[in-house]
Design a protein around this ligand. Sequence first.
Ligand SMILES: [Zn+2]
Ligand SMILES: [Zn+2]
Length: 377
Amino acid sequence: MTTENLYGLLGVERGASADDLKKAWRRAALIHHPDKGGDPEIFKRIQEAYTVLSDPGARAEYDATGRVRRGDDAPPPPQDISEILGSLFGGVGGGGFPIPMFGFGGGGAGAGGGGRPAKGPNKVHEIGVPLADLWAGKTFKLNMKREVLCGRCDGRGGTRMENCGGCGGRGFRIRRQQMGPMVMMAQEGCGECRGAGQRVLERCEGCGGRRVVERETTLDVRIEPGMQEGDRIVFPGACSESPDFATPGDVILVIRAATADAGTWVRHGADLTLELTVTLAESLLGWERQLEGHPSGTALHLVWTGGVVRDGELLRVPGWGMPVRDGGAKGDLRLICRVATADQPEWNEEQRRALESVWLDWRAPVAADRSHRPIRG
Ligand SMILES: [Zn+2]
Ligand SMILES: [Zn+2]
């Protein structure tokens, strides 16, 4: 390579930043691109200059000696005009010159030509999972239908193709528009081939020209112990393949509580809460319960002898909540006690005196002439 002034070629100062270099290269590359009537020789020198200056090692050497070696460490700059345009989205904002673009999916340049988006949309499914499965974990298979690119035509839809005459096989056209002192360039998808760049001469019999075929696939779903509502299980790239995307989107399963558990167990993180109704006698004297339906499958025999339980009081059974994900610990079972006072037995005078003897500071009510008497109701 000659010892030409590489900075001058790109139109920047010697100390230009990497961002400024990139902007200057894009500007120069678009102006001198052969597809737009530029001189191929000048375009080539611009590309070579940027190859050297975008490689910090090669640039330092050039700055020190004035000589160039090929910048092997940096990738060569894109040649294709769509990729040069696409590189505008690559990072440096502002300061550039306006090139509005249309029909660009918004993403990776060079994913597969034509500027198609790199990745298809994700699909989100909700699955209801019983608490028992969230407690112990579970694996199961989920069958689904999925479209894959037709193997017989490689997703082109035809076994014999020709380049589209409307766009020369590129799938898009660049429209150049002079607006006062500014040149606007718009990239439009080719209407004749709908962006494919090719036309079908002989339709593929494997897919009937649809470019994709349907396949049954199976997802291996793994519920981990301790997973919670809202947790997501991601299957990267499990969505249908499409000629419109470089890679398919993800299938995402979102865990929801199974409706069968509604109204009994309430989960807060690793804790499980249950309302427990006790009679007035039990609230005063103690109680015993056999609790079925715990997510662990264990029947819990609960015994309370700790004295009076007030309505709304919280009791805990440590270690009988839900498992903590990625750890051996478990949360607590929380019992919210409700004291039922309906259907209490009547007691006779003797029983009543026995009750009175318990509360030594209780004094029998005495009705006087000026007493105010509440009534029920
Ligand atoms: Zn076309
Ligand atoms: Zn096919």
